[in-house]
Design a protein around this ligand. Structure first.
Ligand code: ATP
Ligand code: MG
Length: 248
């Protein structure tokens, strides 16, 4: 068995008297497509916050490619290959999409201070930005101001910004949130085209997307892993149905 890209070991987190993460362990390997599901308040976002370094865990360990990153900063985790989607507010509304992605590439290449120079001066990065956008089905919109894109496409730009950092592990917190159902297929197609080497953990309430995309599903309830299995097994799992799917 190859070394997991991401290992979460017995993570615990309390907020005052509230035990929001309870002995959570999980592993992601290259190529994994794992969905993290569970009712509102189950602790999904809090878990991703701990993995990405936004909040420290109370106890437990997080390893990236075998290296303990539990005490590392968010920026250090990004450098080591862990990326998560940005909040929508980080997108500059009037900036052309391709420039938006190029800025993330400049940052990765530590050329940030030069990012307002013409992209023509950096043909390799301009081409990389275009190819990233093409991967996500946004080639036609490359020159558009971001605000003119459909909302689902803007969420794809956020994914492009995360991919620009060349992650090995990508964490997506509800990419379908606020996206009209009609834009679901485009988002799914984009997620399907992500590189095979990447490990993806996706939090999502849209069960249609979850069951089409994920090859493994982790169910969180009251901070603890209630079940972890293939989509078919999860669909049939009586406790999961009771805790979550029954309410859908
Ligand atoms: N900073 C905080 N301080 C206190 N309690 C918090 C904090 N962040 C989250 N919580 C609580 O922790 C629990 C888990 O919240 P979290 O946002 O992780 O749930 P979630 O599974 O992502 O829910 P949703 O599906 O609604 O996004 C909730 O009860 C929430 O109120
Ligand atoms: Mg959440």
């Amino acid at each position: 068995m190859t070394l997991p890209l991401l290992q979460v070991e017995l993570l615990n987190k309390h907020y005052g008297g509230l035990h929001v993460t309870r002995d959570v362990s999980l592993q992601l390997h290259a190529g994994d497509r794992v969905a993290l599901i569970g009712p509102n308040g189950a602790g999904k976002t809090t878990l991703v916050h701990q993995i990405s370094g936004v909040v420290p865990p109370g106890s437990g360990r997080i390893l990236l490619a075998g290296k303990d990153i539990t005490a590392r900063s968010q920026a250090e985790r990004v450098k080591q290959g862990l990326a998560r989607t940005f909040q929508i507010t980080t997108l500059a509304p009037t900036l052309p999409v391709q420039h938006q992605v190029a800025m993330a590439l400049f940052e990765r290449e530590q050329l940030a201070s030069r990012c307002w120079r013409s992209l023509d001066d950096y043909p390799t990065l301009a081409a990389e930005a275009c190819s990233l956008l093409a991967t996500l089905g946004l080639q036609e919109q490359a020159a558009w101001p971001t605000e003119q894109l459909a909302y689902g496409e803007q969420r794809l730009v956020e994914i492009a910004l995360a991919l620009a950092l060349r992650p090995r592990v990508l964490l997506l917190d509800e990419p379908m949130a606020g996206v009209p159902q009609s834009e679901g297929p485009k988002l799914l197609a984009a997620l399907d085209s992500l590189p095979d080497t990447l490990a993806v953990l996706i939090i999502e309430h849209d069960m249609d997307l979850v069951f089409r995309y994920a090859r493994r599903i982790v169910v969180l309830a009251e901070g603890a892993v209630l079940a972890e299995d293939s989509p078919d097994q999860i669909r049939a799992h009586p406790l999961v149905r009771a805790a979550y799917l029954g309410h859908e």
